[in-house]
Design a protein around this ligand. Structure first.
Ligand SMILES: *Cc1c(COP(=O)(O)O)cnc(C)c1O
Length: 438
């Protein structure tokens, strides 16, 4: 089994190249050569499998002979070690809660799996691997937790000082070990520019082994397919059709759902829910893909103006928009609608949602309004714990959201961050020094 680039200009790659390089040289995105559906008896007995075991069987089918099965089993069992419950709000409305991992967002699934994959491949090299990542909040926390204590790997996270929440900052700065946080005296764009300069610095790259934990690494998508299938297993006995609604930004999560469908998941429809950054919704309606600068919203992890995984979605549908529309609906919502949805879910069901999840809640309602289906259950994805967005959730709902226990401990730990200027030369010297000290 090999992997091709969606741009079809680069040579096929093996799993190690896909995981360690992230991007093919032609700037496309990697996709598996073949996605084989799971056999009939897998679907018949699925409600008897544990989440890790089901995930392992799916990973084995998808990755086949690219990695020894015992290694893969260990990686999957380690990565998928927390629950993703489907929580009922009403008879036909459910939330798939993906925020019970260490950083309280769905990105934990991808980051944990990718970290263990990288840990396996780096194990063969005597040279340390440095993962360099810029974050505006959520990604950094998941990557830090995912790579914590991975042998042979050092993680360096750049974040904009004073621009992320205290909880998010603790998730980056209080772990210690192989995780180093650089507090940049600038914006997220500065952080990204610094990271980019480092990757373009050939001299630096000759001196040390650098890699990114980019969200478009295929290793981050693969484990996300598992939770759609695990969600189906939880509602299968009801014998109803299932519609999934995915609050989307860079569209990795939705792409993973489409992979699950290719593996045989019986899903009636997908709904892509956007905030005011509605490039995909616009493309879905008009057929024109017109990226533009992102605008800031309450659901800031979805503030993406040029969703890169669209390349993968188009590839899966062989650029056939009408085929894509048969599987995926798309809607976008304003911040005012998002707040009203959070308030509605709280008053009707006593359910507290983060703003991203609220966009998913809006999407599934809109879909059923336009396509009533009494035989369907709507599952919207809960992408982050409401406690990560307290400054929006608490005033909107007039409630206090209790902080989960593992996070309370983290909040007590001392913050450790290295102050960094926006001058690339400073980052360069820091990295070389760190590499020298081992
Ligand atoms: C990253 C993120 C999203 C968007 O997911 P994509 O895979 O980029 O579409 C939605 N909600 C939360 C909380 C996130 O962190």
């Amino acid at each position: 089994m090999q992997f091709y680039s969606t741009k079809h200009q680069s040579a096929p790659a093996n799993l190690e190249e896909v995981v360690m390089q992230g991007l093919p040289p032609d700037n496309g995105l990697y996709m598996p050569d073949e996605i084989k559906p799971m056999p009939e008896d897998f679907w018949q007995n699925i409600d008897r499998l544990s989440f890790p075991e089901m995930s392992y069987q799916l990973a084995l089918q998808l990755l086949q002979d690219t990695i020894p099965s015992q290694v893969l089993r260990q990686i999957v069992y380690d990565a998928v070690n927390f629950e993703a419950p489907v929580v009922p709000l009403s008879s036909n409305l459910r939330c798939l809660e993906l925020f019970h991992g260490p950083s309280l967002a769905f990105k934990d699934f991808g980051a944990r799996f990718m970290a263990r994959m990288m840990g396996y491949f780096v194990g063969r090299s005597p040279q340390k691997l440095y993962i360099l990542v810029a974050t505006s909040g959520d990604t950094g926390g998941a990557v830090a937790q995912g790579f914590l204590n991975t042998l042979g790997i050092e993680v360096i996270i750049l974040y904009p000082g004073n621009k992320i929440s205290r909880l998010q900052e603790q998730q980056l700065t209080a772990l210690g070990g192989n995780i180093t946080a650089l507090e940049v005296a600038g914006t997220f764009d500065d952080c990204q520019r610094l990271v980019k300069s480092a990757f373009l610095d050939t001299e630096l790259r000759n001196a040390m082994r650098l890699s990114s934990a980019n969200s478009i690494n295929l290793a981050r998508l693969i484990p996300q397919a598992f939770y759609y299938i695990n969600a189906y297993a939880q509602v299968k006995n009801e014998g109803r059709e299932v519609v999934f609604c995915v609050p989307s930004g860079n569209f990795g999560n939705l792409t993973a759902g489409l992979l699950a469908k290719r593996m045989g998941l019986p899903v009636a429809h997908f709904v892509a829910a956007n905030n005011a950054n509605d490039v995909f919704t616009h493309y879905h309606r008009s057929g024109r893909f017109e990226p533009r600068p992102s605008v800031k919203t309450y659901s800031n992890a979805m503030d993406v103006g040029n969703p890169s995984n669209l390349q993968r979605i188009e590839d899966l549908y062989q650029q056939n928009l009408s085929a894509m529309r048969k599987d995926i609906a798309a809607y976008s919502f304003t911040d005012a609608q998002t707040l009203a949805a959070m308030q509605e879910a709280y008053s009707l069901y006593g359910y507290i949602m983060c703003p991203h999840t609220a966009v998913g809640y809006l999407g599934i309602q809109q879909y059923f309004k336009e396509h009533p289906n009494p035989n369907a259950t709507g599952i919207f994805l809960g992408t982050a714990h409401p406690v990560k967005f307290l400054d929006i959730v608490e005033p909107a709902l007039q409630v206090t959201v209790p902080v989960p226990e593992n996070l309370q401990q983290l909040m007590q730990q001392p913050k450790q961050a290295v102050a960094m200027s926006t001058n690339y030369e400073d980052l360069r010297l820091f990295l070389l020094q760190k590499n020298k000290n081992g």
